[in-house]
Design a protein around this ligand. Structure first.
Ligand SMILES: Nc1ncnc2c1ncn2[C@@H]1O[C@H](COP(=O)(O)O)[C@@H](OP(=O)(O)O)[C@H]1O
Ligand SMILES: [Mg+2]
Ligand SMILES: [Mg+2]
Ligand SMILES: [Mg+2]
Length: 308
């Protein structure tokens, strides 16, 4: 009997379609100009765009995939209200993604094995400062504890937005994958959560250039588009919704994302209660050997401990 597209492919196709709508919502909030900023904690903001984009994304997924587990960043009452306008409930599935051949290992995945990690607006700090190029929407499709597919959506790319996607074992799309320069080492790190300890750590890597930009999604884009060799964040602060989609897209392209020890984070639903990426974020370009890079990181850490 002929079978329809596999669940993982349908989830990725939905992610692309839903991200386009959430992008519209974010652009509308920016255009109206009333961002409705709330301070959730120290150096941790939320806006009307974060809340509304999350409501659109979560309501759409719950409607189409009632048994899939969804973990989204915003936990307040307004963001969790799924009574959304009818046109926010997206049922389209991006046809290009549905045409993809699903990797064999993912063909038989069932809803109960899936957790979708949603960051409705990554780079909120930059968004509130008008640095709109740093903003992305992140939807990561995870099976058991692995990030296997994801969308990084840039709502302000060329004033209209674009979806960059990846399916591990299949490939990436929506952008041109580029290698970083061979002549110099470039590292990308946080703009808004920078401190002396991070500065010292990165100095130890002796980079030729350090780029500081907002957003976990945006930093992985720097790697994918050949502007940086690695994303270095030697600090706790990012959560699983910040890294699920970027990790999936990067892995699908041949790169890697781990903690400071070179271990993968788990994206299983059990992490909902403790989603913090406690041991930092270290991501490398496809052509940059992650194991060797993590060895360099480990040497630097030992040196720092000796000198302290
Ligand atoms: N020390 C910290 N405290 C709170 N959030 C942090 C953090 N470090 C990183 N993050 C979160 O990780 C994402 C990327 O951070 P950065 O731009 O500093 O690299 C941001 O996501 P959001 O913008 O979705 O909240 C940010 O809030
Ligand atoms: Mg946030
Ligand atoms: Mg984020
Ligand atoms: Mg966010």
């Amino acid at each position: 009997m002929a079978q329809g597209p596999a669940l993982v492919c349908r989830l990725l196709a939905s992610s692309v379609s839903v991200a386009h709508k959430a992008g519209n919502i974010i652009r509308d909030v920016m255009q109206k100009g009333d961002l409705g900023i709330i301070e959730k904690g120290e150096n941790d903001l939320q806006t009307e765009a974060d809340r509304s984009a999350q409501r659109c994304i979560v309501a759409s997924f719950k409607n189409l995939y009632p048994n899939v587990n969804i973990v989204a960043e915003e936990v307040d009452k307004i963001s969790q209200n799924l009574d959304v306008p009818a046109d926010w409930l997206i049922t389209d599935l991006d046809p290009k993604i549905l045409d993809l051949e699903c990797p064999k290992s993912l063909l038989n995945v069932t809803e109960d094995q899936v957790t979708i990690w949603v960051d409705p607006l990554d780079g909120t700090s930059e968004f509130t400062k008008g640095l709109i190029d740093h903003v992305t929407i992140l939807i990561g499709v995870c099976v058991n504890d692995e990030a296997v597919a994801g969308v990084i959506y840039q709502p302000f790319w060329q004033n209209r937005g674009r979806a960059l996607w990846g399916l591990v074992g299949s490939g990436v799309g929506g952008f041109e994958l580029k290698e970083p320069p061979q002549t110099k080492k470039v590292y990308v790190t946080t703009r808004s959560h920078y401190d002396k300890a991070i500065e010292k750590f990165i100095d130890g890597l002796k980079p030729c250039e350090v780029i500081r930009v907002g957003g976990a999604g945006n930093k992985v884009l720097y790697i994918l588009e050949g502007k940086a060799h690695a994303y270095v964040y030697p600090s706790a602060g990012c959560k699983r919704w910040d890294t699920a989609a970027p990790e999936a897209v990067l892995r699908a392209a041949g790169g890697e994302l781990t903690d400071v020890h070179g271990n993968k984070y788990s994206y299983s639903k059990e992490n909902e209660k403790d989603p913090l990426n406690k041991y930092g974020v270290f991501a490398t370009a496809p052509s940059y050997n992650h194991t060797e890079f993590m060895k360099l990181i480990s040497d630097i850490q030992s040196k720092n401990v000796k000198n302290d």
